[in-house]
Design a binder for this molecule. Structure first.
Ligand code: PHE
Length: 407
């Protein structure tokens, strides 16, 4: 491997000005948490796969995809903001670590299956807190029907009738999302056909959530309108957890251009993408997303294949807080770049990064920010010297790489 190339999942790529994957991130591509039988992420994957028992389960796609698969194939325009370098991990201008399992929708459609699930690790540059980590796992689901208003409705009814009763429990499902002009049925779809598939989608996801949460009597779930370039109409499903609504799933009716691209002009389908960490955090009571990556036996030994048990926290180690303030450069400031540096230097010892001050000097118009970094290990005590050394490294790297002026 030379200076100009980079090896990702066993393949050599030429680096260019888009390359922003880091060794820390690349080290996660071989972990495959969703395939470790007794890991919480895998237990949830298997639960969902068992629930959708007649779907073909595809869970071995590598996380390296082309930008065409991640964006273009999904009707995401060339200038769409989700493509920005600061939100994604690019291998180079045309290859990246997938940002969602939707990157494999077309492959799924081309596999010949009329209903399938795709699970895997996905990568996004993001903020740092207890529910955000640059790598997480998603499960994609897709099912399609014949596109003929009479046939579609009949197929949908028969399919729902063939399923077991919805788990009778008290999960509170709120859905007042009627199809609205801002979240429209596609021109190519007869309203009757689209409505039938929407009903099937909602039925499918509601029954999945009810099955998963059958022992959580007070869980609140809601549907809200959403937008995705590759579905219309589109929704999100959220669950109420620890005082806030957590998005667990995006979904909608698949854009017909995508069905066309797979040679399925006469079919109409729905798709969803669910975050497996969010579901696992709620089901297993796992308080911090970093725990999923722990190799500590005190974590791993608590779980067994097929079982959902409540996680018993081992003693929480004390945090160490450090503040960093600096003047921002005139241009090109991006918070995710800052978080990436903190992650790169501190690894999983960083628990949270929060901006605690943001000030613009009235005369010079120069902007100064202050971030509070919480360092805490999941499995041991950290020493002040060790954190000071990390903080020093963060300071010098930020100064050098982001052209800020430390205060
Ligand atoms: N890929 C979307 C995301 O990651 C979720 C999604 C999947 C939405 C399938 C619609 C259909 O947010």
């Amino acid at each position: 491997q030379s200076e100009d190339t980079i090896n990702v999942c066993g393949q050599e790529y030429t680096k260019d000005e888009w390359t922003n994957v880091t060794p820390n991130i690349l080290s996660k591509t071989s972990r495959k948490l969703h395939l470790h039988q007794s890991h919480p992420i895998s237990i949830i994957r298997q639960r969902i796969e068992n629930h959708f028992a007649t779907f073909k389960a595809l869970n071995r796609f590598e996380p390296t995809v082309t930008t065409k698969m991640n964006f273009d194939d999904l009707c995401i325009p060339a200038d769409h903001p989700t493509r920005v370098k600061s939100d994604n991990y690019y291998i180079n201008a045309t290859n990246m670590l997938r940002a969602h399992t939707s990157a494999h929708q077309l492959q799924g459609l081309e596999s010949g299956a009329t209903k399938f699930l795709i699970s895997g690790d996905v990568y996004r540059r993001d903020e740092i807190d207890s529910s955000h980590y640059p790598v997480f796992h998603q499960m994609e689901g897709l099912q399609y029907f014949d596109m003929d208003p009479e046939i579609t409705a009949k197929q949908v009814q028969d399919d729902i009738a063939s399923q077991a009763e919805l788990a009778a429990n008290t999960v509170q499902l709120v859905d007042d999302t009627l199809v609205k002009p801002e979240n429209p049925i596609q021109d190519r779809h007869a309203p009757e056909a689209a409505q039938a598939v929407v009903a099937h989608l909602k039925h499918s996801l509601n029954s999945m959530v009810r099955a998963l949460f059958k022992d959580e009597p007070n869980l609140q779930v809601r549907w809200i309108d959403a937008y995705f370039p590759f579905t219309s109409p589109s929704w999100e499903m959220e669950i109420f957890y620890q005082g806030e609504w957590l998005e667990i799933c995006g979904c909608g009716i698949v854009r017909q251009d995508l069905m066309d691209a797979a040679g399925l002009q006469n079919k109409i389908g729905w798709a969803f993408g669910c975050g497996l960490e969010r579901l696992s955090m709620v089901l297993f009571d796992i308080p911090d997303i970093r725990l999923f990556w722990s190799e500590d036996e005190r974590f791993l030994s608590q779980f067994a294949a097929g079982e959902i048990v409540k996680f018993k926290p081992f003693s929480k180690f004390p945090p160490c807080l450090k503040d960093i303030s600096f003047w921002l450069p005139e241009k090109d400031w991006n918070e995710n770049n800052f978080c990436e540096i903190v992650r790169g230097v501190a690894g999983d010892i960083v628990e949270n990064v929060t901006k605690i001050d943001d000030f613009t000097h009235p005369k010079t118009q120069k902007r100064s920010v202050c971030y509070r970094i919480t360092y805490r290990s999941m499995d041991r005590n950290v020493t002040n010297e060790e954190i000071n050394a990390i903080q020093e490294k963060v300071r010098s790297t930020v100064e050098e790489d982001l052209s800020v002026q430390l205060r």
